[in-house]
Design a protein around this ligand. Structure first.
Ligand SMILES: *Cc1c(COP(=O)(O)O)cnc(C)c1O
Length: 401
């Protein structure tokens, strides 16, 4: 069990508790466990993984249990849960809160998959009332509250527009109206932002991103301090939906979490330098990064975050052809969806991550055809800048007659 005080120390501590004295969490693949005998006095609910008791792999697994403790600890929360994907984690959190007839308020610039889940599953199929608001202004959240509002679902910073919302202010609105506040902390990570400490009731992650950190595992997590929420999440995870993280992915996640501090520091250092370089470049009209003073919410960012993480977006001068020319020229960076890995990924939201939203919704959100999102890796920043120069030169030669 973790005893270190600070993030980097706690991250490398061992969270499983085996007699062999392993210094890393072993991968337990067994789907079922031998019982010592039958006990008419004992309820299956009393099986306690913390006491080394396991019954069946869907209910609990030693590798998953260790990483769940590690996740909770790094978010400074009480109870952690690991899922097959970020999407599974988010769906489980929503199912843990809502009841028939409930109203949900969500940030209008959510991860595109979460927005589709809310619209196409919770609203269209299951009949929940969902309102999307520009939550950069907490007043917009307060105005949308109804008697039936049970859940506020936020994300900060969002992508690709890098909008922020004030977790503290929105948590007050939630508390005053008996609603649960869920915050997707995938982009900031607990290294830079701790939503539970700012007043959120539950924190969600796509661990596929920074938490695993090496682009080799899809997974998700929830962390909460609220025992009712935890009970409901646990029921859904084990019984209702059965969407747990498999042991091998739990092992990779645990391994990734150990280097999270070092990785995040390098991601942020590279991103800051790149943001400044892009901000000064003639081929770029706008740069969106909360670490830049020009970001309209830079003050909120410095108040609620300890750093600005590793994702920025920028607007190329030109149109879709300019974006194509740039993307055909780069060599070091990878043109790929996803983010948070050690390697730099470039995403063209209009044709990739945000294509399913449709042209109209993209225009409302400000996602143009020349917008690019960069998940800045931990490579040598000089090589990344050289790659950008190559791309920009291709634009300049194309525009000079
Ligand atoms: C990727 C992502 C998700 C979805 O996670 P999956 O692991 O792909 O299911 C949710 N929220 C955010 C912010 C993400 O970046």
């Amino acid at each position: 069990m973790a005893s270190g005080e600070r993030f980097d120390t706690r991250a490398v501590e061992e969270y499983s508790d085996w007699e062999q004295g392993d210094v890393v969490t072993p991968i337990h693949l067994s789907s079922t466990y031998r019982m010592p005998g039958i006990d008419p006095e004992m309820s299956l609910e009393d099986v306690d993984p913390d006491a080394g008791e396991f019954l069946y792999g869907r209910l609990s697994n030693p590798t998953r249990h260790a990483v769940e403790k590690q996740l909770a600890d790094l978010e400074n929360g009480e109870m952690g849960f690991a899922f097959a994907s970020g999407t599974a984690a988010i769906a489980t959190a929503i199912f843990a809160v809502v009841e028939e007839g409930d109203h949900i308020i969500a940030f209008d610039d959510l991860y595109a998959g979460t927005r589709r889940m809310l619209e196409q599953l919770f609203e269209a199929r299951l009949g929940f009332d969902v309102t999307f608001v520009d939550a950069r202004e907490p007043a917009h959240v307060a105005e949308a509250i109804t008697d039936d509002t049970s859940l506020l679902w936020m994300e900060t910073p969002t992508n690709p527009m890098i909008h922020l919302c004030d977790i503290g202010a929105i948590s007050q609105i939630a508390a005053e109206n008996d609603a649960i506040l869920g915050v997707d902390n995938t982009f900031a990570t607990p290294y830079f932002q701790k939503p539970l400490e700012l007043g959120a009731d539950v924190v969600a992650h796509s661990t596929t991103k920074y938490m695993n950190g090496h682009s080799d595992g899809v997974g998700g997590a929830l962390v909460t301090d609220d025992p009712h929420m935890a009970e409901s999440i646990e029921f859904n995870q084990q019984v209702g939906l059965g969407n747990q993280m498999p042991p091998f992915d739990a092992y990779l996640l645990s391994r990734g979490l150990k280097t999270m501090g070092v990785r995040m520091r390098q991601h942020q250092e590279n991103t800051m330098e790149l943001a400044q370089y892009l901000d000064d470049h003639d081929c770029v009209t706008d740069v969106y990064y909360p670490g830049l003073e020009s970001h309209p919410q830079s003050e909120l960012a410095s108040e609620q975050m300890d750093g600005y993480s590793g994702v920025l977006s920028f607007e190329l001068t030109g149109d879709i052809e300019a974006a194509q020319r740039f993307l055909n020229t780069i060599e070091t960076m990878n043109l790929a969806v996803s983010l948070g890995g050690v390697e730099t990924l470039v995403n063209h939201p209009a044709t990739m991550t945000h294509e399913p939203l449709g042209e109209k919704r993209r225009a409302e959100l400000g996602i143009t055809d020349s917008l690019l999102r960069i998940s800045v890796g931990i490579e040598d920043i000089r090589d990344l800048k050289d790659d950008f120069e190559r791309g920009f030169q291709a634009l300049e030669t194309a525009t000079t007659p």
